[in-house]
Write a protein that binds this ligand. Structure first.
Ligand code: PEP
Ligand code: MN
Length: 364
């Protein structure tokens, strides 16, 4: 269950309420969570009987109780029925873009890894021109082999910041360890938690506490419940800006890199208010399959896509086989627009990112 306390509750009344609640439920309590202008308390309701529930509901400090029994609470639709809209970018160094709740798919695009200045700037300008809203690029790369390119590290972050300056696209990049969260957040507008780290609980908490929006990729073989509980870790720090990213799950057939679980998109829509995006690049591992699966991701209701783009995929230091070209990205965006039955004039200026594209995308 989730206890929602009254807004602007003085600290002494809050403390008194905690003592009363603890007495009623007969156990010590988890930490209070500050969500915008109020505090909430997420409790395992298994041992709370109807008598205790009534006593809790009658406490003067308690405004409302959400009687959810699901293991994840704050991410659930029961807690919040309207979709969460995550804002990315600060409006100063970059444009602000939205993910979720707007019927306007957000396109995150860029190279798998930041390789060098020229590669990143060329790709950044190209994805912007194609109509992307957020630039991606790995500076710290989680590679299967220790002998593969591991990313440029902090130098990569500075290049991403330069690309943002040139394009005004907000940037998202992966952070792999709790101790690096502050450093990465100095440069990035959005933090990415990769599939391999989905259940790295100290990392989830550190990213949540930092406060920037977080894109949380699905673990290589994570169940939906495990994934939502990982998102719950972030939300339990008081950070509501979480975007879920389906990127394919492990199976037995090496023909594709992973199996893209598109069912999860409408399923998550039922279970959570958080935005859901899809990464067809890591899901398929094959550039020829990316455009159609990108379109499919929008058909099933995805709030956006994350795609790997490289000007010369054959030269990429990482994941070249799944990289599409900027031209293919513009085709994907053109197709998504057409699919949403929106007018698209040949030669229309699509170089202004969010401002130019998102309003056109809106169907309602
Ligand atoms: C990535 O997006 O750069 C990445 C490594 O993806 P994943 O964590 O989904 O494998
Ligand atoms: Mn990659």
């Amino acid at each position: 269950m989730i206890l929602i306390l009254r807004t602007q509750l003085p600290p002494e009344e809050r403390n008194l309420a905690l003592v009363q609640i603890s007495r009623i439920v007969g156990s010590s309590l988890p930490s209070l969570i500050k969500m915008e202008d109020r505090y909430v308390l997420a409790l395992d309701a298994t041992h709370v009987d109807s008598e205790a529930f009534k006593l809790l509901a009658e406490l003067p400090a308690v405004e409302r109780i959400v009687p959810t029994k699901s293991p994840y609470k704050l991410v659930s639709r029961a807690f919040k029925s309207d979709p969460t809209v995550v804002m990315v970018g600060d409006g100063l160094t970059s444009d602000i873009t939205m993910i979720g709740g707007i019927d306007a798919p957000t396109v995150i695009a860029g190279p798998c890894a930041v390789e060098n200045r020229e590669q990143l700037l060329t790709t950044a300008l190209a994805v912007k021109k194609a109509g992307a809203h957020i630039l991606r690029g790995g500076a710290f790369k989680p590679r299967t082999s220790p002998y593969q390119f591991q990313g440029l590290g902090v130098e990569g972050l500075t290049l991403l910041a330069e690309a943002r300056e040139k394009t005004r696209l907000p940037i998202v990049t992966e952070v792999m360890e709790p101790d690096m969260v502050e450093t990465v957040a100095q440069y990035a507008d959005m933090l990415q938690i990769g599939a391999r780290n989905m259940q790295n609980y100290p990392l989830l908490t550190a990213c949540g506490r930092q406060g920037r929006p977080v894109v949380l990729k699905r673990g290589l073989s994570a169940t939906v419940e495990e994934w939502l509980l990982a998102a719950e870790y972030i939300m339990a720090t008081g950070n509501p800006n979480v975007v879920l990213c389906e990127r394919g799950i492990r199976s037995y057939d090496p023909q594709t890199r992973n199996v893209l679980d598109l069912t999860v998109v409408p399923l998550l829509r039922e279970l959570t208010h958080l935005p859901v995006i899809v990464d067809p690049s890591h899901a398929t591992g094959k550039s020829t399959l990316v455009p159609v699966m990108a379109r499919a991701s929008i058909v099933v209701g995805g709030d956006g896509i994350m795609v790997e783009v490289h000007s010369h995929p054959e030269e990429a230091l990482c994941d070249g086989r799944q990289a599409i070209t900027p031209h293919q990205l513009s085709e994907i965006i053109r197709n998504i627009r057409a699919m949403l039955s929106l007018s698209f004039e040949e030669g229309e200026d699509v170089t202004h990112g969010y401002d130019a594209i998102h309003p056109h995308f809106v169907v309602r």
